[in-house]
Design a protein around this ligand. Structure first.
Ligand SMILES: NC(=O)C1=CN([C@@H]2O[C@H](COP(=O)(O)OP(=O)(O)OC[C@H]3O[C@@H](n4cnc5c(N)ncnc54)[C@H](O)[C@@H]3O)[C@@H](O)[C@H]2O)[C@@H](O)CC1
Ligand SMILES: [K+]
Length: 512
């Protein structure tokens, strides 16, 4: 599992070591880690480091200093390196070290932006050390101008590798917000711990690959603010049927989805649930949809019964329900049942405050806007997309439910509990029907989860794992071309099967 901490928390963790006079040593560890990553990257791209050309974008603070020290090391290994200084002040020792190693300097001003961009474009590597955890309010002045032009100028044809020092400049280290232009990185080498700004909002996309350099502050870090599940954590959450199991002991999932107007959503959710693995799917809905489900998935047991009369271990309600009154009633009953339930799409309009965390809401930003507005919060879609971490937490606190907010990085917040961020998906999954398959995966996982005593945040963990499986399946399916949700079950099955290699051995604890 990857644990992320706010920039503020990481700075607080550094404090005892800074007070003990170890600041210079921490900086050298950071610079060395950054250099090592860049060295490996240059060797991979060019076969050798000698003769590579690099640009260090260096701001006034310690972030610029880390990058200048790494630049000095690159110079010593034969890389022609220029520092583009974005501020007239700089860390004096780091700049001296850079100059002593033979580095060139360009002072950035608005009329030098073109020259700086040409240098970057001709380089093999651009090291972004403009702002780190001390940055406030996004990039300003010539650095903002350069960042605004960078996507068009650096991302076409021969493109340099952009490596962010600690975090992409212009991204807020606590929230991942981008108040203005920022520098998109291919990779971020971050010091001490992953910052929450690298796993949420625009920052999650801006960071690219994340590499952590241990600088010795781990003992001073408290509880992580955001977690990211990795394959072994996900494998530990996937129950495997045991020898004595039968369909009922494995778990039964109830699905109240689809309507005369939108029958397909129910077929997709059912297909994804069956591919994930569950003892049985009981489908409740109108007759034409039942007929379709039985044609596509003969193993599903279909009826027009009610939630209280249907014996299951978990529910999915909402996908394709439209304005169907009976489906709305089933969603309300599922939420009141005390059983784990996935509340998606049209069923979100029935959510009220006071849910339990076993109720998992799965909105996209537009649906979350509508939900929050209805509950009295003054927000809009742009605000939620700009700062999803804040809003997903607020939604969980307001409703008492676990909230899964879909996005490039999907965030899951338990009320008062942990937050998870999963960035395993592909933009090819942004297509109608994709969300219905996520509901099915999550529903199946909830129906078969074997928890004798659920603890706070466990539903958020299962939801994060489902988001990851959905994303991984999408990526796998995208290898064959544009993703078609009705064909996703085959990829889901392959992802679940591949997870077996990560399953913890007997006696090894999973994360729950
Ligand atoms: N504190 C520590 O112990 C360590 C810090 N490290 C590095 O230090 C960084 C933090 O350094 P700093 O606290 O010096 O902060 P930064 O280097 O992020 O930036 C602070 C400087 O930028 C200016 N500034 C702030 N916001 C600005 C904006 N929007 N536009 C232009 N200038 C702005 C400030 O006035 C200050 O001069 C970390 O990100 C990390 O890279 C590492 O060296 C590891 C050790
Ligand atoms: K930076």
């Amino acid at each position: 599992m990857i644990s992320a901490y706010s920039g503020t928390a990481v700075r607080a963790a550094e404090r005892p070591l800074l007070d003990a006079g170890q600041g210079a040593e921490l900086m050298q560890r950071a610079a060395h880690g950054l250099f090592s990553f860049c060295a490996a990257l240059l060797k991979e791209r060019r076969g050798r480091m000698y003769g590579a050309s690099c640009v260090v974008l260096a701001g006034a603070g310690n972030n610029g200093a880390d990058a200048l020290y790494a630049g000095a090391r690159l110079l010593k290994r034969g890389c022609a390196t220029t520092a583009v200084r974005t501020s007239s002040s700089a860390h004096a020792e780091a700049l001296s070290a850079f100059l002593a190693a033979g580095g060139r300097v360009l002072e950035l001003s608005t009329d030098k932006t073109d020259e700086a961009l040409q240098l970057c474009r001709a380089a093999d590597l651009v090291l972004d050390g403009v702002l780190g955890t001390g940055g406030k309010g996004g990039l300003r002045g010539p650095a903002a101008h350069l960042a605004a032009l960078a996507p068009a100028r650096l991302r076409r044809g021969h493109a340099p590798a952009v490596v962010a020092c600690d975090l992409p400049s212009g991204i807020d280290a606590d929230t991942g917000q981008a108040p203005g232009p920022y520098l998109q990185a291919d990779a971020t080498v971050t010091f001490g711990a992953v910052k929450t700004g690298l796993v949420a909002g625009p920052g999650a996309e801006a960071a690219g690959h994340i590499e952590v350099v241990d600088i010795g502050i781990t003992p001073y870090l408290g509880t992580p603010a955001v977690n990211r599940l990795l394959a072994p954590d996900i494998a530990a959450l996937l129950p495997r049927p045991a020898a004595g199991d039968q369909k009922y002991s494995r778990g039964v999932l109830g699905i109240a989805a689809g309507s005369d107007t939108y029958p397909g959503a129910a077929v997709l959710a059912t297909g994804a649930a069956l591919a994930t693995g569950t003892g049985m799917v009981r489908y409740l809905g109108p007759e034409p949809v039942r007929r379709l489900i039985n044609q596509a998935h003969p193993e599903a047991v279909c009826s027009d019964s009610t939630v209280p009369l249907t014996h299951v271990q978990a529910w999915v309600a909402g996908p394709g329900a439209g304005t169907d009154e009976a489906q709305r009633r089933r969603a309300v009953d599922a939420m009141a049942s005390g059983l784990p339930c996935v509340i998606d799409a049209d069923a979100l309009s029935a959510v009220e405050p006071g849910m339990g965390e076993q109720v998992i809401l799965t909105p996209h930003a537009g649906e979350l806007t509508a939900l929050l507005n209805r509950l009295g919060e003054d927000t809009d879609r742009e605000s939620i997309e700009a700062d999803p971490l804040t809003w997903v937490r607020k939604a969980a606190a307001l409703t008492g439910a676990t909230v899964l907010l879909k996005g490039w990085a999907t965030l899951v917040a338990a009320p008062g509990g942990p937050v998870f961020s999963q960035a395993d998906a592909t933009p090819w999954l942004a297509t109608a029907g994709s969300g219905d398959t996520l509901s099915g995966i999550l529903g199946a996982m909830l129906s078969t989860a074997r928890k004798s005593s659920p603890h706070p945040g466990c539903y958020a963990a299962v939801a994060a794992a489902a988001a990851s499986i959905h994303g991984r399946a999408g990526k796998l399916a995208a290898e064959q071309g544009p993703v078609q949700p009705s064909l996703l079950p085959e990829a889901i099955r392959r992802v679940i099967s591949a997870m077996e290699q990560w399953r913890p051995g007997p006696g090894e604890a999973g994360i729950l």
